[in-house]
Design a protein around this ligand. Structure first.
Ligand code: NAD
Length: 368
């Protein structure tokens, strides 16, 4: 297959981890006989410095014209005092909206051998394999009216949480469909004891669920879900929730399984899929070659699965990552005292080598 891809390395550790994800994708192309045409474009702070726009028109056009977008991260302290429309993060929010990606998928998987990286006891976190399905384009992050009014000391701020039945139904369907390829359990998270939006959410999700009788649906209030996610994370399969609750719960799920550097994400449902590690630009470690590239590499695996429908190739990348971790290869964020530490590029190389090894025919494997 010939596949067009736009890479947006961004800021901080973004370019470092994106390089490793692209290295793994190029290895996949080589061993499975595909061809990736990769176009690199600036976004975020890098684009602001170059053209005073965190999402230049040229970058957006390239994204809209490609089969998938792989993003590193945006942001950094140099831009913290910029007005909100000129902050690197506003470029990313605009990109998500322009691509129409309403479904954000954030898997949190506890890899064998990494149970000790969790702040929770190993026996609590072992076996955790949660997929958070977060609605990405609605809710309180986008609802109108929003404003801050009045004079200092007497100001009043307003945000609006808003959901339509159609918005709820389309994200619910994504969650039910995904549950069918997993353990067939959906936990829908809301605050239906307090919020009108949540009462509508629960009603519409329940109605959509009637068409998926093979999937077990349950509902939880967000406060109870937050507690259960740390008390018994391995019980969850697919967690379906709205924008703000999903933002919070998905970071929490990330912390449960260890380093933030391990998590990839996919934003789908629109014209073009957007794939990125969950972490930010990590300015505290940028430029040192020590960032963990696994989150970006797992985002690349999701790109293969969801945008290019290359399931075998996606599984190959995921099992290469699992294999490297099981063998004890660690970046700095994962290593315990006394363990040897791989650089960002050395970890990327290890995963690429493992991809090559896994893709070999069985006979060749035995001979090598
Ligand atoms: P962050 O995710 O960048 O970093 C949080 C902590 O995790 C830091 O200690 C960092 O060193 C560590 N970390 C992050 N990625 C890592 C990796 N790959 N390997 C090892 N350790 C890693 O969050 P932050 O510090 O709150 O934000 C920094 C900047 O990133 C801010 O400007 C923020 O707005 C931006 N941000 C961007 C995105 C995005 O691009 N999607 C997401 C979150 C934050």
């Amino acid at each position: 297959m010939r596949l067009n891809l736009t890479a947006l390395p961004g800021d901080g550790v973004g370019p470092e981890v994106t390089d490793e994800a692209l290295r793994v994708l190029e290895t996949i192309a080589e061993v499975f006989g595909h061809q990736f045409n990769i176009t690199r474009k600036p976004i975020g702070g890098a684009a602001l410095l170059a053209s005073k726009d965190p999402l230049p028109a040229d970058t957006l056009q390239a994204c809209l014209g490609s089969g998938a977008v792989l993003l590193g991260a945006v942001g950094g302290p140099a831009f913290d005092n910029f007005p909100s429309h000129l902050r690197p993060e506003s470029g990313l929010l605009r990109l998500r909206r322009e691509l129409g990606v309403f479904a954000n998928l954030r898997p949190a998987l506890c890899f064998a051998g990494l149970e000790d990286c969790s702040p929770l006891r190993a026996e609590v976190v072992r076996g955790t394999d949660v997929l958070i399905v977060r609605e990405l384009l609605g809710g309180i992050y986008f609802g109108e009216p929003r404003s801050t009014q009045g004079s200092p000391g007497n100001r009043v701020a307003i945000d609006t949480m808003r959901y339509s039945e159609a918005e709820i139904e389309r994200i619910a369907r994504v969650a039910f469909e995904l549950a069918r390829s997993r353990r067939r359990k959906v936990t829908s998270v809301d605050k239906a004891n307090v919020l009108d939006c949540s009462r509508l959410w629960r009603e519409v999700v329940t109605r959509a669920g009637q068409q998926y009788s093979d999937v077990k649906l349950s509902h939880m209030y967000v406060d109870a879900a937050a507690m259960a996610l740390v008390a018994r994370p391995a019980d969850f399969d697919v967690v379906l929730t709205e924008n703000m609750f999903g933002d919070i719960l998905s970071d929490q799920a990330g912390a449960v399984v260890g380093s933030l550097g391990m998590l990839g994400s996919a934003s789908i449902g629109g014209a073009v899929g957007l794939f990125e590690p969950v972490h930010g630009s990590a300015p505290d470690i940028a430029g040192q070659g020590i960032a963990n590239p696994v989150g970006a590499i797992l985002a690349a695996a999701m790109l293969l699965r969801y945008s290019f429908k290359l399931e075998t190739e996606a599984v190959c990348v995921e099992s290469a990552v699992g294999g490297m971790l099981a063998k004890g290869f660690r970046t700095k964020d994962l290593a315990k005292a006394g363990e040897s530490v791989l650089s960002t590029s050395a970890m990327g190389q290890k995963v690429a080598e493992a991809v090559r090894e896994r893709a070999k025919p069985a006979g060749q494997k035995a001979a090598s």
